[in-house]
Design a protein around this ligand. Structure first.
Ligand code: BJW
Length: 235
């Protein structure tokens, strides 16, 4: 993705909290994903190279969960799609989520900075493709034909998040930055509010179930379930 050729007035950042009421777990809440598995075992390149089967199993399970027909976009995803529809040129929607609920809720051009669960990447040739099946160490690469080099197209700790040039440019030029459903624990996303405020001149708003790690950095905070506070903010 290239850098936009003109300022984007509104940048929205979403995290796992926006998909919670659709039935997907967050990471750091009491019942979250990191209460069941250790980051070092499933979400680092070292873990993948040490024990790929465990990492594949973790993502195969989450991929199957996302494909469960019970998992549907909620009122918050749909409200953001309405906002984008009303201001198609003016909203950049950046998500840390690897689910596809924004797209299924009607959003376009979603910037997936931590990758996408329904895609796989060949470690040998870098090719990225839609992938809805289980991955195993024997899954051959579709383009270069390598065996055992395919991995989930997600960003693990210690890896560079995707589309950072485009996101940082938008943050330093936007007038409004809205952070939704993220705990503010993981960088670089946790630093976006400061970038929008200090390097840019944005008004900054947090919409979250409860005050996040970085709440005090925002001009304005509204707390409650995303399905209530996001539509109320947007409409
Ligand atoms: C609701 C709700 C409802 C609940 N309604 N709200 C300092 C020290 C050590 C390391 C670092 C450091 N500074 C930076 C780093 C590096 C590291 C990092 O940040 N570590 C921290 C833990 C300190 N960052 C990285 O490594 C990143 N890369 C990087 O920095 O690159 C530069 C670089 C590269 C190489 C060398 C040198 C520099 C990469 C980070 C990758 C994160 N990956 C994951 C997994 C992705 C794939 C997957 O999904 O499996 O991304 S981890 C996980 O956390 C996932 C998420 O996207 C991410 C953020 O989580 P999120 O969305 O905020 O979820 P939660 O659960 O934390 O919060 C949910 C919130 O919702 C809560 O507040 C709830 O209250 C709320 N909520 N229900 C509204 N109904």
């Amino acid at each position: 993705m290239s850098i936009p050729d003109r300022p984007v007035p509104i940048v929205i950042l979403t995290g796992a909290g926006i998909s919670k009421e659709s039935g997907l777990d967050t990471f750091r809440d009491a019942d979250g994903i990191w209460s069941k598995v250790r980051i070092e075992d499933v979400a680092t390149p070292e873990a993948f190279h040490r024990d790929p089967e465990t990492v594949f199993e973790f993502y195969n399970h989450r991929r199957a969960g996302l494909l469960d027909p019970a998992i549907q976009p909620n009122a918050a995803h749909k409200a953001l799609a309405r906002l984008q529809e009303s201001w198609p040129e003016d909203v950049m929607l950046v998500t840390q989520n690897i689910d596809n609920l924004h797209e299924r809720g009607g959003s376009k051009d979603v910037v997936h900075m931590h990758g996408e669960l329904l895609k796989a990447r060949c470690e040998a040739c870098g090719n990225v493709a839609e992938w809805h099946e289980d991955l195993t160490i024997d899954t051959p690469c579709f383009i270069c034909g390598s065996v055992g080099t395919k991995r989930p197209h997600v960003v693990w700790f210690g890896e560079m998040p995707l589309h950072m040039d485009k996101i940082e440019w938008a943050l330093t030029h936007c007038g409004l930055f809205v952070s939704i459903g993220t705990s503010g624990n993981v960088y670089p996303a946790a630093g976006f509010v400061s970038m929008a405020r200090l390097r840019g001149q944005a008004h900054t708003v947090e919409l979250n179930l409860e005050p996040s790690e970085g709440s005090s950095l925002f001009h304005e905070c509204r707390h409650g379930p995303a399905t209530e506070i996001v539509p109320a903010f947007v409409d």
